[in-house]
Ligand binder design. Structure first.
Ligand code: GUN
Length: 283
């Protein structure tokens, strides 16, 4: 079997085209969605992600502002900035780029963002609402993955979805969203014994490992849909996923590439949440 490639960049462009129309209509009603992004320090990967978010916001007609703070910023200073943004009626969505310097506790920051402006979907209230299947801001990468699967009408109900990785940003929430779609979900992680025993039974395999090309064809069931969440930079500067694309593409039914896979979809779901926040239809 040769897999059909789900190109996230093309899908993202289609969705953003519709969003642009939606934003135009909102502007006619006097509403311009506004996203504020906070970036602390000068991690090159984070800077690159943030630039991507700014560019996509601009192209969609969403107003965005980047607040760059030095890595010496204290937790208290950051929490004060967030508090100001929570009370600023011009700001619809707030995103603090992760990871943070080690002297700042990530959870304190996540919980400081008002749930009405939590466009990352990381606040415990957003997570609780997602777990109970209520309308909320869904976390962007997991929502992007589900959108990619649905774009090809890949059946989720009753299917076995195996997730490799249990991060709060991707692994755990994508499992919950798949469960909400009535899939049977298995989480694998660094302590899982015999990873292959699980992955080879997956109809849908989500790789969020963070190691280049570790998931090759041996881990994949014939005809599986394989979603690669990895963004690994190799020594030569090129980007590669967690999935060994060349070997897996001959076994899977669907596969996502890296780059041009999940990454552009994550940004698109962030824009979707920002529009949702501007509409004020949350809760
Ligand atoms: N760092 C890597 N992915 C993300 C994300 O989805 N949101 C934020 N805030 N930081 C990240």
């Amino acid at each position: 079997m040769t897999a059909e490639v789900i190109n996230g960049k093309e899908l993202a462009q289609e969705i953003r085209k519709e969003m642009k129309e939606e934003v135009l209509q909102l502007k006619e009603q006097g509403i311009t969605p506004h996203l504020t992004v906070i970036l602390i320090g000068d991690d090159p990967a984070s800077k690159s992600y943030v630039r991507g978010k700014e560019k996509a916001s601009y192209e969609t007609g969403i107003s965005s502002e980047l607040i760059e703070l030095p890595s010496s910023t204290t937790e208290k200073e950051l929490l004060n900035r967030i508090d100001d943004l929570n009370h600023d009626d011009n700001v619809d969505g707030i995103l603090v780029q992760l990871p943070l310097p080690s002297h700042i506790q990530e959870q304190h920051v996540i919980e400081a963002i008002s749930p009405e402006k939590d466009v990352d979907g990381f606040h415990p209230i957003s997570i609780g609402r997602m777990m109970t299947g209520k309308d909320t801001f869904l976390p962007c990468t997991p929502n992007g993955i589900i959108t990619m699967l649905k774009s090809r009408n890949i059946q989720l109900e009753g299917k076995h979805a195996v997730i490799i990785g249990r991060s709060n940003i991707v692994g755990k929430p994508v499992g919950q969203l798949l469960l909400n779609e009535n899939a049977t979900v298995t989480y694998c992680h660094s302590r899982t014994k015999d990873l292959m025993e699980h992955t080879t039974t997956a109809d849908i395999l989500i790789a969020a490992v963070g190691k280049p090309n570790v998931i090759d064809a041996k881990y994949v069931k014939d005809g599986a849909a394989v979603i690669d969440v990895g963004i690994n930079r190799l020594d030569d500067g090129s980007l590669t996923g967690d999935v060994d694309f060349d070997s897996v593409k001959d076994k899977a039914s669907y596969i996502t590439p890296v780059p041009q896979g999940v990454g552009p979809m994550t940004i698109t779901m962030l824009l979707k949440n920002t529009i949702k926040a501007a509409r004020g239809i949350h809760q």
